[in-house]
Design a protein around this ligand. Structure first.
Ligand SMILES: NC(=O)c1ccc[n+]([C@@H]2O[C@H](COP(=O)([O-])OP(=O)(O)OC[C@H]3O[C@@H](n4cnc5c(N)ncnc54)[C@H](OP(=O)(O)O)[C@@H]3O)[C@@H](O)[C@H]2O)c1
Length: 275
């Protein structure tokens, strides 16, 4: 990973309407979040952008203290469409540059090409529009091919990652390559929070179940981006940065045998996920 101060916890915004995304961006940044995750597909970049403008204009934070990430829609992966999509994100987010731009899914079916699509990303890095190139939902093989295809580093692979989907091989591969692991759906879309072991560990350590999941991910060197819409959830998740789980609890979670993927849209997900 190239040297950058990536905050160890980010703020997800999937399924938030623009006004909710604006609210959680503003309140999240007031709480201390500096890393915001959105996507063209979420149709809320405008809300996030309004939130960013408000906190920047009112002096709560400086643009350069923020790390804003968004993603190209799976239908916009052909070279001409990519460029248009990225400029659209820039406009909606109300920014001059985007810290991290992802390919949202390896949508080969819609014309994604490592060389051509990432080639456009690379040009936009040269133009100062994007700071870092990211991919999302890539398998190890796809990562290898992507790395070979361009002469710029791939900064991150954003993957579903939580105690029910531990991604041990990807983690090892990405760490070895120095690529950041951004953990999406880190709470298993809320479903992992009901797990009896997670509840036990939370009770024992007097922390919340969400904090157990998030601090376990951070103990692995991953960067979770939980989505939260209420002040309580925003605060609870952000406070996980201060939690260090005892080693024995980390090892217990490591032993969970469940392998459950909650996000697998048809057509664009790697076919390896379905075998
Ligand atoms: N690259 C991709 O393909 C991809 C796919 C999925 C997600 N993502 C990104 O990852 C982010 C997070 O994933 P996600 O939204 O799927 O799921 P998640 O963060 O695992 O879970 C969100 C759910 O947990 C609840 N929650 C949040 N904090 C909580 C807390 N402290 N205690 C109890 N419940 C809590 C939320 O409720 P409230 O909303 O009511 O607070 C929401 O229902 C997304 O928002 C998006 O930015 C990326």
């Amino acid at each position: 990973m190239s040297k950058v101060n990536l905050p160890n916890i980010g703020l997800g915004t999937w399924m938030q309407k623009p006004e909710v995304a604006k609210y959680s961006t503003i309140e999240g940044i007031k709480i201390g979040y500096r890393f915001i995750d959105t996507a063209r597909a979420y149709k809320n970049e405008k809300g996030v952008g309004e939130g960013l403008a408000e906190v920047i204009d009112s002096g709560i934070v400086k643009r350069e203290e923020l790390f804003v990430a968004t993603k190209v829609f799976p239908l916009s992966v052909r070279p001409r469409a990519v460029k248009r999509a990225i400029y659209k994100s820039l406009k909606e987010l109300n920014l001059r540059y985007i810290d991290l731009m992802y390919v949202h899914f390896p949508a080969f079916v819609f014309g994604y090409s490592h060389k051509k699509t990432l080639g456009v990303f690379s040009e936009l890095v040269d133009e100062g529009i994007i700071n870092h190139i990211g991919v999302s939902n890539f398998t190890i093989k796809m990562m290898e091919d992507a790395i070979e295809s361009i002469d710029k580093p791939i900064f991150a692979n954003q993957i579903e990652h939580h105690p029910y989907l531990q991604q041990k091989e990807q983690m090892e591969f990405l760490k070895q390559k120095g690529i950041a692991i951004i953990s999406y759906s880190p709470l298993g879309r809320g479903k992992v929070l009901d797990d009896p072991l997670i509840k036990n560990i939370a009770e024992k350590n007097k922390i919340s179940t969400a904090q157990v999941c998030l601090s376990w991910l951070m103990s692995k060197g991953a960067y979770p981006i939980p989505k939260a819409s209420s002040l309580d959830h925003l605060k609870d998740n952000f406070a996980a940065s201060e939690v260090t789980l005892p080693q024995e609890d980390i090892l217990q979670i490591d032993k969970i045998k469940i392998s459950q993927r909650y996000v697998h849209p048809p057509f664009v997900s790697p076919k390896e996920w379905f075998v």
